[in-house]
Write a new protein. Sequence first.
Length: 242
Amino acid sequence: MRSCFLLLLALGALRAPAQVATGVPLPAAAPAAAPLSREHFIAALARDLAGHFNLDGDLQLELLRPWLAPARAAGKWTVAITEFPSVPSASMLVRCRVLADESVVSDTTLVLRAAHWRDAWVTRAPLTTGAIFDPAQLEARRVDLFRERDAVPATVGDRSYIFSRTVPAGRLLTWRDIARRPLVKKGQVVEVSAADGLLLVTLKGLAMENGAHGDTVTVRNPESQKNFAAVVIDENRVQVRF
């Protein structure tokens, strides 16, 4: 019997009992110390700026002074902007703090050259004044919005907009080229609603000015000839809000 047992053990049919785990987790290995790279530094600045100014798209930064890495290594580097410019632009002055393993290494003022790349609308064909916004007449092109500040991003635009002036083909669309489509027009009769608790009152009024969705316009009661303010809620419909 003993010889049979030894033979099975030698062939691997039987194995020594496994050690039982104690349930005590092993301590996590500390990150290896490394110098702060230029790429890590610039990427951290870009994240801070994009988050602070709520910038969509791709923010690219360039240091205008030579990069000098801190003369030490650390397991954890933290780069944070402590003073932001008033507005984002192609040239920005920022103040940032660098920490190595939670210890302050430097407080530095930097001059940055920046580009904010994002898709913007370019016209495929000539556009006429008053035409309803139609993305099929446009195409997206990548532009630097810090240099083309008036460009309309390709995420903007639906039937609530119209073209406010004639625009030739092949031109970058700007905010001056579009306007909110008026749902209420001056001189038109509109439906006016007013609610007070469960009481709902409706009447007809005369719009005294144009207004897009959400705009506050002046409306005249044709019976009393008194003017009042109302909010545009739909096509030829306004609401008095208390």
